[in-house]
Design a protein around this ligand. Structure first.
Ligand SMILES: [Zn+2]
Length: 89
């Protein structure tokens, strides 16, 4: 039973994802330019177990970094910043 609910949830999340992408609703800018980490989708479940679709955005920061030898403004996730993948300008 639990498995059935899960697969149903997954399908709903996929539908929500394709809806957002085809309507261009704020999924593109929330992307790391180093590791391509982007938004992910799932379902919000309230205390009364009503379910609605939701989206998680990665923690993206706009930083000055050295790209091809010149300083640039890039959108980087905080994990890439922490792991030192970004050379700060
Ligand atoms: Zn990243």
């Amino acid at each position: 039973m639990v498995g059935a609910v899960k697969s149903e949830n997954n399908q709903k999340a996929k539908q929500f994802k394709s809806y957002l992408i085809t309507h261009g609703k704020g999924t593109e800018m929330a992307k790391c330019s180093y590791c391509d980490k982007g938004v992910s989708f799932g379902i919000k479940v309230s205390h009364s177990h009503r379910r609605s679709n939701r989206m998680w955005k990665p923690n993206i920061k706009r930083v000055a970094a050295v790209v091809d030898g010149s300083p640039r403004r890039v959108h980087v996730c905080t994990r890439c910043l922490r792991d030192g993948k970004v050379v700060r300008a």
